[in-house]
Design a protein around this ligand. Structure first.
Ligand code: ATR
Length: 272
């Protein structure tokens, strides 16, 4: 049976084994998918051992996405721009291909939710690893504008410089708040939701949006989603579909089969 695993530290909380076992059942693929928790400096030896033991592919989560990027023999363009790898695949010639499926996972989920992207004005809040991971696939959807706004403006500028384009701009929250701009879609990629904080963005900027998407998720709407709903927005979504979407893209890279995400999102939602 082909063996896959997710590597991270900690890893017991990971939903990837459940997601991939649901995909395997649904698509009638025979595979096993386990968890690996290497020591903090032990990623390379753990992944070398995994592939030496016949492992076919791996998902990589915090804090090893940069180590996985370095480990890969070759990488997709989207992984190169994101500087991080969340999917490794052992190829027929023994080389290890590295990809980042977070961006496709997000884009697939936005399209699943019927959120238009082409020629639209998109604001992404945050300029950390989560934002960087989705930049190229979002730009590939040809928005009229993708603005990266961050509490620390220099990080937004650095991120936007990765893809030279008139349609990709950067600013700090102060500039965003004073510009009076409006957006079709606002994506929260900050880690503020994890600590139940709100990014310091003027309510008027949020209230003017048609859609709000938080990359975080939980058993109840995130504070950012609640904030948007309190401002009167009705099209407000969490990142559970992105989680399943990035897993579906990894599954496709490994198995050449695209699983249906909807039933898996529903199954996970019931377990939150
Ligand atoms: P991740 O991999 O989740 O993106 P990260 O690389 O540490 O994590 O980046 C966290 C992002 O969330 C950053 O953009 C950070 O803003 P700063 O660059 O100014 O630190 C943002 N962030 C975290 N807490 C925030 C808060 N309370 N308000 C606004 N932005 C916040």
């Amino acid at each position: 049976m082909d063996h896959y695993a997710v590597f991270g530290k900690p890893i017991s909380q990971s939903k990837s084994p459940l997601i991939h076992s649901l995909f395997a059942t649904q698509t009638k693929q025979s595979l096993e998918y386990t968890r690996v928790e290497p020591a903090i400096n032990g990623f390379d030896s753990a992944i070398i051992q995994f592939f030496a033991d016949g492992g076919k592919g791996a998902n990589i989560t915090a804090p090893f996405k940069l180590a996985a990027f370095e480990f890969a023999s070759n990488r997709s363009d989207r992984a190169t721009i994101s500087g991080a790898v969340n999917t490794l695949k052992k190829c027929a010639d023994g080389s290890i291909f590295g990809d980042n499926t977070d961006g496709p996972g997000l884009v697939q989920d936005l399209l699943r939710l019927s959120i238009p992207l082409k020629n639209k004005r998109i604001l992404i809040l945050g300029a950390g690893g989560a934002a960087r991971g989705v930049l190229q696939p979002l730009m590939a959807q040809q928005p009229a504008l993708l603005m990266v706004a961050n509490r620390t403006p220099s990080k937004a500028t650095l991120l936007a410089s990765l893809i030279p384009s008139d349609n990709l701009t950067a600013c700090g929250f102060n500039e965003l708040n004073s510009a009076g701009s409006s957006f079709d879609l606002i994506i929260n990629s900050t880690s503020a939701s994890l600590t139940a904080e709100l990014p310091a963005v003027e309510p008027s900027v949020i209230a003017a949006a048609k859609y709000v998407y938080d990359m975080s998720y939980g058993d109840k709407p995130t504070v950012f989603m609640q904030h948007a709903a309190n401002l009167g927005l009705t099209n407000v979504y969490d990142g559970l579909g992105m989680l399943v979407g990035q897993a579906a893209e990894s599954f496709f890279i490994w198995r050449g089969v695209r699983p249906m995400v909807e039933p898996v999102i529903q199954a996970l939602r019931e377990k939150l």
